[in-house]
Design a protein around this ligand. Structure first.
Ligand code: UFG
Length: 329
């Protein structure tokens, strides 16, 4: 089978390509390289530079490559940026997906797995969060992903496209080969920012608020290794190939760690004191996000391998230590 990976030069996309190629699949990548990196592209994947908003590009790609399925990562994903530039997010994430679906319908491409997010829930009503819980995003990024899910629902109903939406919790860690890892510019995520301290890239880590209603006052998140996320996409493709129904799944480990706990584990992993300073809360941060991934475990038979945060941070540290500037040097 051949799989087209849109956004295959990005963080989660590149890790999914590595898993697909490990399993002997033929992989085609399309990426506009706005946030992705050529160095993250697996050498055995066929690469096209292009944008999902360019319908002619997509049409010719589908006609030439005739992929059996699509995995769609091509989106902007920074919560803060989405609040100051909402139109960028609606344009790339929602309009881009509309163009993609139009091209898929016209070219009779029937199966797609795409990235969604815990940000579709907003402030959760239950912990752990179930897929059936209320979705009320508190930022533009989450809103565009929720709008994408709804778009898929109606287009699937009208045109018979089969889809799976995967709602990631906090993606982290790096590939075991050491070749690829997390690299965002600007970086806003907790673990890479913490690891910049032992890498002498920043003097300290800022803790955004210690007055939340949690045991140590800092926010709790569910950290899930990027390779575990990658494998869920492959299972989702297999699920669609069996003719199963369209579906939405949470992907997390089901265990919460506070910001302070993540910093403590990082101190242990790096053997560095990692100074931390308490700062005001960051706007829009829910106190606690923990996934129930029972549905993915039961239906997709997904089983995360990296269940221990220390091992996850070790994998991230291996990458950041050797690539202090990400892919840029
Ligand atoms: N944090 C700090 N200091 C920092 C950076 C982050 O204290 O320098 C805190 C945040 O306030 C938050 C936690 O660390 O409490 C995790 O923050 P991240 O930015 O790493 O991740 P988020 O939970 O904000 O965001 C993640 C994904 C988003 C997704 C969101 C869903 O990165 O794509 O979960 O809520 F939208």
């Amino acid at each position: 089978m051949s799989v087209l990976v849109l956004g295959g030069a990005g963080y989660i996309g590149s890790h999914t390509v590595y898993e697909l190629i490990d399993k002997g699949e033929e992989v085609i990548i399309a990426d506009n390289l706005q946030t992705g990196y050529m160095k993250a592209v697996h050498p055995k994947a066929k690469f096209y530079k292009g944008d999902i908003r360019d319908k002619e590009f997509l049409d010719s790609l589908f006609q030439k490559e005739k992929p059996e399925a699509v995995i769609h990562f091509a989106a902007n994903s920074l919560v803060g940026e989405s609040m100051v530039d909402p139109l960028k997010y609606y344009d790339n994430n929602l309009y881009g997906t509309m163009v993609l679906l139009k091209s898929m319908v016209e070219n009779k491409i029937g199966k797609i797995v795409f990235s969604s997010t815990a940000a579709t829930y907003g402030e959760p009503e239950n912990i752990p969060i179930l897929e059936t819980d209320k979705t009320e995003p508190s930022n533009t990024y989450g809103e565009t992903k929720l709008a994408m899910e709804k778009l898929f629902k109606w287009v699937a109903q009208a045109h018979g496209i089969k889809y799976v939406s995967l709602r990631y919790f906090n993606a982290c860690g790096a590939h075991k080969s050491g070749n690829i890892g997390e690299a965002h510019n600007p970086e806003t995520h907790l673990i890479p920012l913490i690891l910049q301290v032992p890498n002498n890239k920043r003097p300290e880590i800022k803790i955004f608020g210690d007055d939340y209603d949690t045991p140590d006052g800092t926010c709790i998140r569910d950290y899930i290794h990027v390779t575990d996320l990658a494998n869920a996409h492959i299972l989702a493709i297999e699920y669609l190939k069996k003719g199963s129904q369209n579906n939405i799944f949470n992907l997390g480990n089901g265990t919460g760690f506070s910001v302070k706990q993540v910093i403590d584990i990082s101190r242990k992993v790096t053997n560095h004191s990692i100074p931390a300073v308490i700062c005001p809360r960051r706007a829009g941060d829910p106190a606690k996000l923990i996934a129930s991934s029972e549905k993915a475990k039961t239906v997709l038979k997904w089983q995360p391998i990296y269940t221990d945060l220390e091992t996850i941070i070790e994998s991230a540290w291996r990458w950041h230590k050797n690539h202090p500037d990400g892919y840029e040097n």
